[in-house]
Design a protein around this ligand. Structure first.
Ligand code: TYM
Length: 345
């Protein structure tokens, strides 16, 4: 089978509190890439159990992410939207990648260190091998492009290392099976670009906006009402200085830089343009403009998400249909991969 040249894969964990960082850093890019690529977007529920084993609302949170995809403009008919656990091949390929990846590679993963914290001995083995499952997600579909936020960069480098090692170690068999000279798995390109690849907390410009941060005031959730969005922006931490007329002078002012980046991303302009427009203005002027823009862009998504989440059967139908189509691709890949490994049957 020839490798697809233009296939996109990306995933979002159903761990609650889907926020503006997820939207600007990832989901909005998912929408844009539909025009030019064949896209597969996955709610990665198997990843969700790596940190907290017992999830209270996994089904509903899975539907919420899928609803956010669709409400943001992803077309589940022309592309594929599904949840990972419905396609068993993700777990199978992840096992094989546990044997391809080296201990040293995983020990370098900064996200494991952050998430495991001080008590790494008590972290699940799944949290440690999480990046192998992520590589399996992507390579099961032999995806060529992966839109993500900046925090996933290291995981995508590992995905490339796994693909390269597999292609190298099995080069002879891959060629004999007629898969061509370039190897079986593509060396996937991460797509990490634009002014919002790392949206920061509204309360602390040195921390990224995150689903797990205890303070809800630190993030704008996609399910927040217009009033909540306006309140969170009004209360966002800033400094007493007015906005400068150039980006260089924003350096060292992380909270101000973050709000300018959010404005730029929401309005589809460069941060340069934002500072040019608001040069010399106080946050008392800039924040209401940002709040208005955020409500204008996010309210329609919020309304549509609520409507979709009220119709569980409809959402479940989208995920089942997507899983059936994903499975077809995944099963073909696994047939070829099993044969390359040399398994009987
Ligand atoms: P997750 O669920 O943490 O986040 C989903 C996407 O949102 C991006 N993101 C951000 N972007 C900008 N600013 C932020 N503050 C911010 N916070 C999160 C993430 O970079 C991500 O793109 N490991 C992945 C899920 C995953 C995956 C995959 C992604 C599993 N398999 C295969 C791509 C391909 C994760 O935990 O994302």
């Amino acid at each position: 089978m020839a490798q697809p040249i233009n296939r996109v894969f990306s995933g979002v964990q159903p761990t609650g509190n889907l926020h503006l960082g997820n939207y600007l850093g990832a989901i909005r890019k998912f929408v844009a890439m539909q025009e030019s690529h064949e896209c597969i977007y996955c709610v990665v529920d198997l990843h969700a159990i790596t940190a907290d084993l017992v999830q209270d609302n996994l089904k509903q949170q899975t539907r919420e992410i899928a609803a956010a995809f669709v409400a943001s403009g992803i077309d589940p008919k022309s592309h594929i939207v599904f949840n990972q656990s419905q396609v068993r091949e993700h777990a199978e390929l992840a096992w094989m990648f546990n044997c391809v990846a080296r201990m040293g590679w995983l020990q370098r993963m900064t996200q494991f260190k952050e998430k495991a914290g001080k008590n790494a001995q008590n972290a699940s083995v799944g949290l440690f091998t999480y990046p192998n499952l992520m590589a399996a997600d992507i390579l099961l579909y032999r995806a060529t492009h992966v839109p993500v936020g900046d925090d996933q960069k290291q995981h995508l480098e590992l995905t490339r290392d796994i693909a390269a090692k597999f292609n190298h170690d099995f080069a002879k068999r891959i060629k004999e099976a007629g898969h061509g000279e370039d190897g079986y798995f593509p060396i996937t390109e991460p797509i990490i670009e634009g002014p919002a690849t790392r949206v920061m907390s509204l309360r602390d410009g040195s921390k990224k906006m995150s689903k797990s941060e205890p303070s809800d005031m630190s993030r704008i959730n996609l399910t927040d009402s217009a009033d909540d969005i306006a309140k969170k922006i009004r209360k966002a931490k800033t400094d007493p200085d007015p906005l400068p007329d150039n980006l260089e002078d924003l350096k060292g002012r992380p909270e101000a830089e973050n709000l300018v980046g959010i404005y730029a991303a929401l309005n589809d302009v460069t941060p340069d343009k934002v500072v040019a427009e608001y040069a010399g203005q106080q946050f008392g002027t800039f924040k209401p403009a940002l709040a208005e823009l955020a409500v204008e862009k996010l309210a329609p998504i919020n309304t549509e998400m609520r409507k979709l989440m009220d119709d569980k059967a409809h959402m479940d139908g989208i995920l089942e249909d997507g899983a059936a189509r994903a499975r077809e691709i995944a099963q073909q890949t696994m047939k070829e991969v099993r044969s390359i490994f040399g398994f009987l049957g």
